[in-house]
Ligand binder design. Structure first.
Ligand code: 5GP
Ligand code: ZN
Length: 113
């Protein structure tokens, strides 16, 4: 997808600090971390919203979710972590390529925000 920053990162056109990659997904450190550990897990198919996801993309998201415990283990998040998927403007979604935030490496507190 043209002009999508995450598609460019997946294509290697923009550098990223990768923590995991396979044929289905890429995980890399957020450029503006909101916790001690902040990683984005991105399926290698361009779509922004769960509402517009097709079956093949749903399969990729499933694979991302199944892989996250292993990625979290590699990141040393033995104490736990928080996952966030922002959807749309009220959520503050700024990159319109679906991505799962992994946040941790510290006590995230009981409140979501
Ligand atoms: P959103 O608000 O859309 O859920 O999250 C987008 C995230 O992507 C933000 O946390 C932002 O810091 C991150 N981000 C935006 N551009 C880049 C980039 O070029 N490289 C990396 N590593 N992260 C980015
Ligand atoms: Zn994209």
């Amino acid at each position: 997808m043209e002009n999508c920053i995450f598609c460019k990162i997946i294509a290697g056109e923009i550098p990223s600090n990768k923590v995991y990659e396979d044929e289905d997904m890429l995980a890399f450190r957020d450029i503006n971390p909101q916790a001690k550990v902040h990683v984005l897990v991105v399926p290698k198919s361009h779509f922004a919203m769960l509402a517009e996801m097709n079956e093949a993309q749903a399969e990729l998201v499933k694979k991302c979710l199944q892989k996250i415990p292993e990625i979290a283990g590699k990141l040393g998040l033995s104490g736990g972590y928080r996952l966030i998927i922002n959807q749309g403007k009220d959520a503050g979604q700024t990159v319109h390529h679906l991505h799962i935030h992994i946040l941790g490496g510290q006590d995230m507190g009981e409140k979501m925000l």
